[in-house]
Design a protein around this ligand. Structure first.
Ligand code: HEM
Length: 387
């Protein structure tokens, strides 16, 4: 992969420092993608400001393969990750070593349990019902508000800011209960209350299966990710009517992965396949959002919505290595809900495309939100016509 030299490198270096990042915080995923594309896939942000340690950001598939698979035992989630995601406790998302192995086994058993009879409505709400015995009835035509939805959105944004702001700043905000940290605190309170009520009402059932904080993460991955993926999908589809017929066969998550980044740190010093050296504990961010925008990976038409790129000449599905298509993570910690997500998304998408034509209302600003889950910043307003 090409790397920039000289003047261009110093301009890039400047714009990746605090002023550049802060000015571009509202579009941080695109900003990171722009400089990763320009620097060939990997970039080191020097740790100069406010004593914040440096970080390495990469979307190079060889590095991703190395970190998530080949050297998996050397790349943990602590110590930074644990602090940033403290509100999620010790659930599977944060857990490591034996605790992670145990939780992965039990979660796998719950999610891959064979032989549950469900109708369509139940299946779509499966995550919520399965984990909390709570049906948000979010598909009913009154579009009822789900009490925690906004709180999750606020919390996810707050957590992304912790990846970017120097630790000392967000910790001060937390201490004095101001700014994003204060919003995060209030949001966590709302989520706590909801989950506490659910746990109280189903105490016997839950006490042996899902702890409060594990449930919090599973809800976050399960419900939010699928809703987010479908919102981007319907927007892309409305903008690309020619591709619509192929969409019945497959959908793509490479341009708008609902989980746009992952975060690791090496236990011992390491050298990445790209040649970058990492000291122990260096914050290492894997930008999945940028991967879908790399010409080196997907070719010149990488930013075009082309479901046909996933369909072979014989009409089958083309499979790509998980280190190129990282929407569901890769290696030993790959997503346990992948199969279930594809079933749910295909069912919802196929049913809606079959019955309706979508026209996105003009004049909307379509931007991913600065969050650890790739929501659209504003809702997506559509006109739906019955076919
Ligand atoms: C479109 C939908 C989804 C996407 C894009 C997605 C993506 C991801 C990603 C990127 C990770 C890695 C997170 C990390 O290690 O930092 C992950 C992990 C995980 N996901 Fe999903 N997910 C989706 C839906 C679901 C659903 C529906 C469930 C379960 C109901 C689920 C359960 C899990 C679990 C349990 C893990 C933790 C795996 C481990 O650490 O061993 N996901 N997912």
């Amino acid at each position: 992969m090409q790397r920039f030299k000289g003047e261009e490198t110093s301009q890039l270096a400047y714009c990746c420092r605090l002023p550049g990042l802060l000015v571009n915080l509202h579009r941080v995923h695109d900003f990171v993608a722009d400089f990763l594309v320009a620097s060939g896939g990997t970039y080191v942000v020097k740790g100069s400001w406010f004593g914040n340690g440096g970080m390495l950001i990469t979307c190079d598939p060889a590095n991703i393969h190395h970190i998530l698979s080949k050297k998996f035992p050397n790349y943990g989630k602590r110590p930074q990750f644990k602090k940033i995601f403290a509100e999620l406790g010790d659930g599977i998302f944060i857990a490591e070593a034996q605790s992670w192995e145990f939780q992965r086994k039990t979660t796998h058993a719950i999610l891959h349990h064979k032989g549950i009879d469900v109708d369509l409505q139940e299946l779509i709400h499966l995550t919520c019902v399965l984990l909390f015995d709570y049906d948000p009835v979010s598909l009913s035509i009154e579009f009822p508000k789900f009490p925690c939805k906004e709180a999750f959105t606020v919390a996810e944004e707050g957590i992304l800011y912790r990846h970017i702001l120097p630790e000392i700043i967000w910790k001060l905000q937390k201490r004095f209960q101001i700014g994003k940290e204060n919003k995060l605190r209030k949001a966590v309170g709302i989520i706590d209350e909801f989950l506490g009520n659910q746990i109280a009402s189903k105490h016997e059932k839950l006490k042996n299966n899902v702890s409060f904080q594990e449930g919090c993460f599973d809800f976050l991955t399960g419900k939010e990710t699928i809703a987010v993926a479908l919102t981007w999908f319907f927007w892309l589809m409305a903008k690309n009517p020619d591709e619509e017929y192929k969409i019945r066969q497959e959908i793509t998550l490479s341009l708008f992965p609902p989980v746009p980044l992952n975060h690791k740190a090496p236990v011992e010093a390491d050298i990445l396949p790209s040649g970058h050296r990492l000291k122990p504990n260096t914050k290492t961010v894997l930008s999945f959002y940028s991967m879908g925008r790399m010409e080196q990976i997907w070719g010149k038409d990488c930013v075009e919505f082309k479901p046909s790129r996933w369909i072979s000449e014989r009409g089958g599905i083309k499979h790509e290595a998980s280190f190129k298509f990282t929407a569901f993570n890769a290696g030993a910690r790959s997503c346990l809900g992948k199969d279930m997500s594809f079933i749910q998304m295909k069912m919802v998408a196929a049913a809606l495309i079959y019955h309706f034509e979508f026209k996105v209302l003009e004049g909307q600003s379509i931007l991913p939100s600065p969050s650890i889950i790739l929501h659209m910043q504003n809702d997506l307003d559509n006109n739906m016509y019955v076919m």
